[in-house]
Design a protein around this ligand. Structure first.
Ligand SMILES: Nc1ncnc2c1ncn2[C@@H]1O[C@H](COP(=O)(O)OP(=O)(O)OP(=O)(O)O)[C@@H](O)[C@H]1O
Ligand SMILES: [Mg+2]
Length: 353
C-alpha cells in the first residue's frame, strides 16, 4: 500500500489525536503511537492485562478515524469462512458458484472498503484463521476460491487487542503475526488516571457532578485498594480498574438499601469483597481466601470509617486532612447516623442505574 494514498482521515493525525484524547483517559503516549502507526499504514496490536483500556482506545479509533470499520470478536468458533466470507449454499444450488454467490465476511468487507479490521481478543482466534490474516497483512490481498483476488483498498489496516494472561481457550499468537504488527504494551494506568476512569464510570450514579473533596479522597482509597491487590504477595493476578468501578457503585447501591452511608465499613467492606474477591487470583497453594485478602487490604487502606460530609470537606482540592479516621466505632456510628451519605445522597440513584 503506498503511503501517498492515505485516506483523508488518517492524514489529519492531529485531529484524530485530539478526538481520542476526549474518549480515553491519559494514555497519551499509546494514543500517539497508535495514530502514528495507522497514519503509516501499519497494523497495530495492543497487548496488556484486563481493564487497561485496550478496547476503549481501539473503539475510539474505530469511531473517530473516519473510515469504515469491521468489528470481530475473537473466539474459538471464528473459522476462516466466518472471517473471510463464504458462498451462500442456496444460491450456489440455483446459480452455481460465482462471485455473486459469495457473502463477504468482515475481512473481505474491510479489504474491499479500505476499512479498519478491529479484532478483539486476537489470541482466542484459532490458528487456522489467524493464518489467513498472515498473508493479508503482508501482501495486502486475499484469494478466495471461485471469487478470485480481493485486493486491499487504501486504508485497510488491522488493529487487534489481546490479554496475554488470558489462559483459558487461548494460545500465544504466532511470531508471524507479531512480525507484521506494531505492538503496544498497555500496562496498568496511574492511580490518578484510574481515579478519573472510575469517576467517569460512576458519574451516572451520582446526582452531583462533583462528588466533593471527601468523595474524591474515598475514591482514591478505593483505587489504592484495587492497586494493592496487584502487589499483594499472595496474589498472582490483581484486580483491574473495573473492580474499583464496581466497588464504588456497589457501595452506593448497598448504602441505599441499608440506609447507611456507603463509605461506612459495614457497607463498603461488603462492596469491596464482592467487587474484588472474584477478580483476584491467588497463587497455587495459598492458604488464604480471596475474601480474607481483600479484608486485610481494606483494613490497611481504610483505617476507620470516613463518613465526612462533603459540605465541610474543605476547599474542594482533595488536599484537606481526613476527619474522623481516628474515632472509635461508637463515635463513627453516631457520626454517621442522620447524615446524608455523602458523596452519594440517598436520592442520588437515577432511574435505570
Ligand atoms: N484510559 C481509559 N479511558 C477511559 N476509560 C477507560 C480507560 N481504561 C479503562 N477504561 C474503562 O475501564 C473499563 C475496562 O477498559 P477496557 O474494556 O478498554 O479494557 P481492556 O484492556 O480492553 O480489557 P480486557 O483485556 O479485559 O478486554 C471500561 O469500562 C473502560 O471504560
Ligand atoms: Mg478488551
Amino acid at each position: 500500500m503506498s503511503p501517498s494514498r492515505q485516506p483523508a482521515a488518517f492524514t489529519d493525525g492531529r485531529a484524530l489525536l485530539d478526538a481520542l484524547t476526549l474518549d480515553v483517559v491519559g494514555r497519551r503516549r499509546e494514543i500517539e503511537i497508535v495514530v502514528a502507526a495507522l497514519a503509516g499504514s501499519r497494523h497495530v496490536l495492543l497487548e496488556g492485562p484486563p481493564g487497561t483500556g485496550k478496547s476503549t482506545l481501539l473503539r475510539s479509533v474505530a469511531h473517530r478515524c473516519g473510515v469504515p470499520f469491521e468489528f470481530v470478536e475473537g473466539n474459538a468458533e471464528l473459522t476462516p469462512a466466518r472471517l473471510v466470507g463464504a458462498h451462500d449454499p442456496a444460491r450456489v444450488l440455483s446459480e452455481g458458484y460465482g462471485p455473486s454467490t459469495f457473502v463477504p465476511g468482515p475481512l473481505a468487507v474491510a479489504l474491499h472498503e479500505g476499512g479498519l479490521l478491529y479484532l478483539e481478543e486476537i489470541n482466542r482466534i484459532p490458528e487456522e484463521t489467524l493464518n489467513v490474516l498472515v498473508t493479508v497483512m503482508s501482501e495486502g490481498e486475499l484469494h478466495v476460491p471461485r471469487v478470485g483476488r480481493i485486493a486491499a483498498s487504501p486504508g485497510f489496516r488491522l488493529v487487534a487487542a489481546m490479554n496475554p494472561f488470558d489462559a483459558v481457550g487461548t494460545a500465544r499468537i504466532s511470531a508471524a503475526i507479531y512480525d507484521r504488527t506494531c505492538r503496544i504494551a498497555m500496562g496498568y494506568q496511574s492511580a490518578a488516571d484510574e481515579a478519573e476512569i472510575v469517576g467517569r464510570a460512576v458519574a451516572p450514579y451520582t446526582e452531583a457532578e462533583d462528588v466533593g473533596a471527601s468523595g474524591r479522597r474515598w475514591r482514591q482509597r478505593v483505587v489504592e485498594l484495587v492497586r494493592a491487590t496487584r502487589e499483594h504477595p499472595e496474589v498472582r493476578v490483581g484486580s483491574s480498574v473495573r473492580g474499583a468501578v464496581d466497588c464504588e457503585i456497589l457501595a452506593l447501591e448497598l448504602g441505599l438499601i441499608r440506609a447507611r452511608p456507603p463509605r461506612q465499613r459495614s457497607v463498603a467492606l461488603d462492596a469491596a469483597v464482592s467487587a474484588l474477591s472474584g477478580r483476584i487470583r491467588l497463587y497455587e497453594g495459598s492458604s488464604r481466601t480471596p475474601e480474607s485478602v481483600i479484608e486485610e487490604l481494606y483494613d490497611r487502606i481504610f483505617p476507620a470509617d470516613d463518613d465526612t460530609d462533603d459540605t465541610d470537606a474543605g476547599d474542594g482540592t482533595g488536599n484537606d486532612d481526613d476527619v474522623g479516621d481516628d474515632r472509635d466505632d461508637g463515635e463513627r456510628e453516631a457520626g454517621a447516623a442522620g447524615k446524608a451519605p455523602a458523596p452519594f445522597p440517598a436520592e442520588a440513584r437515577r432511574d435505570g442505574a
